[in-house]
Write a protein that binds this ligand. Sequence first.
Ligand code: C5P
Length: 226
Amino acid sequence: LEKQDLEDKRFVISAGGTREPIDPVRFLGNRSTGRFGINLALQAAHRGAHVDLVACNIDGAMLPNHPRITVHPVGSASQLQEAMVYLADGAQVLIMTAAVADFRPATSGESKFKKDGHSTPDITLVENPDILKGLASDRSHGAFVVGFAAETGDENGSVLDYGRKKAKTKGADLLVVNKVGETAGFGDVDTAITILDGDGEIQTEGAGTKSQMAGIVLDSISLSLS
Ligand code: C5P
């Protein structure tokens, strides 16, 4: 029998990747499938939670069907932000797994870009708000805030170094750091994570399938709530 440690908790989980419109038919997007967030939503629901899943452009065949999960489909980062802020009210846990575009085209025209045979269009980008930072700094919702960071190490620092910096700048209660590269991260089934608290201290580490990792993340949250 599954543990019911998340009974009576309401979770708001973002998953997938945002799409920023360039014109009515084109967008700037990313390769996030939403698999990790969906895993989290399903396991949280199995453990008794009510889940609002804010689904950014997730393939309909992947969306979970569970009586305690409500799916809210959104497209762009600004739509995601609006949904998160609205749903945060009265929630116990907010989890941002979505891959959010850092930039969006400054204008998304009413009509398609057209080829004129000699010039190429200029796309000017403007910065999107950091939704996680916003949810972590304005605490009027009262919920526990969890973020994700997909990192690569380089000559200036390890995955953990970058994760620690991000834990401090984002201000979330927990930051789940995972290493991305040729064999991990986006779309793949196996992954390795380190869970940091708001000060960048290690809470938990683990490696395995995304489903096993989702369980570890929920254990960490459950422990923090109790
Ligand atoms: O800064 P970076 O994109 O690495 O941070 C990742 C975390 O921040 C994820 O939890 C992601 O959902 C969140 N994020 C956000 N708004 C942005 C960019 C990232 O909420 N504009």
